[in-house]
Design a protein around this ligand. Structure first.
Ligand code: CTP
Ligand code: CA
Length: 221
């Protein structure tokens, strides 16, 4: 007699999802950031949880997330990297949906800066969290990244797949009205090694997320 397993496909799997745009402090009351809302990352965390995963949501977003999902709130790229690395050894998959700031101010002013006629800020490059994970990953660990592009979407996304040693890059157009950052829908193209690009046409971020999680489930099996 065969027993039919009715366990959810991601039961026992630990999935880390990052979300939102990181904030890089200039002084105690000012920061630079980007237009990411965290909607895509939060939707992915929920979909992974629905499929049985043990999810940690590392979020730089102000959006609420369901109480049943473990959440680590972060602000800067550095905070986000620390939070992800803390759990990475035990993770089966990491989904980097966050829009990590590429730069942070070289120095955070301790006090609120006073106004003057001109201001020049100096920035330094932030750690590339996904690329770092790509170098650290062990057999069986799955890495999913995003590529947010305003132009040459697939070319740049393809480069990121290789440069970051990711298993999947979710390419999405940003800087256009009805998709990408801070809206409820998205249109994405999935790029993975040895497979033709697959476009998921414009739909809700929860439906996009379900497709991405389905890709993950298939890839793990
Ligand atoms: N990413 C990251 N750490 C960074 C920058 C990006 O982990 N410091 C991750 C993002 O979360 C995303 C992927 O890398 O999953 C691609 O991010 P993107 O901004 O599109 O690419 P970059 O590598 O930053 O290159 P560029 O902004 O120049 O296109
Ligand atoms: Ca970037």
């Amino acid at each position: 007699i065969h027993s039919v397993s009715n366990a959810l496909p991601l039961k026992g799997k630990k999935v880390i999802v990052t979300a939102g745009g990181t904030k890089e402090r200039i002084d105690p009351v000012r920061y630079i950031s980007n237009d990411s809302s965290g909607k895509m990352g939060h939707a992915l965390a929920i979909e992974a949880w629905k499929q049985g995963a043990d999810v940690t949501l590392v979020s730089a977003s102000q959006l609420e997330s369901p109480a049943y999902i473990a959440r680590v709130q972060v602000e800067s790229a550095q905070d986000m990297q620390d939070a992800v690395l803390k759990e990475f050894d035990h993770a089966d998959a990491v989904i980097m949906a966050a829009a990590v700031s590429d730069y942070a101010p070289v120095k955070m002013e301790e006090q609120k800066m006073k106004k003057k006629d001109e201001l020049t800020l100096q920035f330094k490059k932030n750690p590339d969290i996904l690329k770092d994970l790509g170098q650290k990953k062990k057999t069986g660990q799955v890495l999913i990244g995003f590529a947010a592009e305003t132009h040459e979407l697939l070319n740049y996304a393809e480069e990121k797949l290789t440069a970051k040693n990711a298993d999947l890059i979710v390419a999405n157009q940003v800087g256009v009205k009805d998709r990408g950052f801070n809206v409820d829908q998205n249109e994405v193209t999935l790029l993975s090694k040895n497979n033709p690009p697959r476009t998921i046409s414009l739909r809700n971020k929860s439906d996009i997320s379900a497709e991405i999680i389905e890709w993950l489930i298939n890839f793990m099996n």
